[in-house]
Every structure is written in structure tokens, then in C-alpha cells.
Design a protein around this ligand. Structure first.
Ligand SMILES: [Zn+2]
Length: 139
């Protein structure tokens, strides 16, 4: 994060010195917007739309379905439950369509840096930024 702005500033300065300040700066803004959209870092609760960080989701989740890589998130705002699919580097809200299943679809996904998971009999484990979380399998 700290490297990019100075590089962008240097590019802008270079462009300005070449008399190209207008067009490149417009392009720069577009690039920044694209980057921001790709780097979304929160997931919305499908029920109330409040955005949550990966840490908030992990801390508000209890049970898991290790076979499906799901954990059970209870929204701290609206109190409703949502299945969250967790895989290495990624987290998604799941629309569980119910029995007879399994029948489900991904609602939205975010990339999560420094995020790894492991499935064990009876548990799912997750590590985010070195912090460990575990979720007991729902029987
Ligand atoms: Zn909610």
C-alpha cells in the first residue's frame, strides 16, 4: 500500500513534465476505481446487508460443516444465520436452498489475504493473520 501512491505520484509528475497531465490522470482515476472494486474486503449479511470484515465473520461464527467448507455465521446486527463458505484465501456467503439437498449457491465472494483453512474430523480450523479459529462440526 505504501509503495503504490509514491509510484503513482512519480508517474503523475513524469506525465506532467511531458505535458500529458490531463489524459493520464483520468486514466489513473479509472485504474484506482477498478482496483478498489477488486479489493473488496467485506462481505454483506444477505439478510440485512450490513458489511462485515473476515475477522468479524469468523468471530461471530460457531458451528461448521467440514465436508462443504461451511461455517455458520450469526449476524451481530440482525441475528439471522448465514452459511459462509471458507476456503484458502477466500470467503463467500452461501444461499442454502434447503432439503432435499444439498442445494445451494454462492451469493458473494471476497478474497481474504493470509487466510488458510483445514478440515479435521469433527472440526474446521481457520487461520487469519496468524490467529486461529475453530468451529465444531454440526451433528
Ligand atoms: Zn444481518
Amino acid at each position: 500500500m505504501s509503495i503504490k501512491p509514491s509510484k503513482n505520484a512519480a508517474n503523475a509528475q513524469l506525465a506532467a513534465s511531458r505535458g500529458l497531465s490531463f489524459a493520464p490522470s483520468v486514466r489513473l482515476v479509472t485504474l484506482c476505481k477498478e482496483k478498489k472494486a477488486k479489493m473488496k474486503t467485506t462481505l454483506p449479511c444477505p439478510k440485512c446487508s450490513k458489511e462485515f470484515t473476515p475477522t468479524e465473520i469468523l468471530e461471530a461464527s460457531t458451528l461448521s460443516w467440514p465436508e462443504l467448507c461451511w461455517i455458520y455465521f450469526k449476524c451481530p446486527k440482525c441475528g439471522k444465520f448465514t452459511h459462509i463458505q471458507i476456503i484458502n484465501g477466500r470467503m463467500s456467503t452461501v444461499n442454502f436452498l434447503g432439503a432435499p439437498g444439498p442445494d445451494w449457491e454462492i451469493i458473494s465472494t471476497i478474497e481474504v489475504k493470509h487466510f488458510t483453512i483445514r478440515r479435521d474430523p469433527g472440526f474446521m480450523h481457520a487461520w487469519l493473520d496468524g490467529k486461529h479459529y475453530e468451529f465444531e462440526e454440526r451433528k
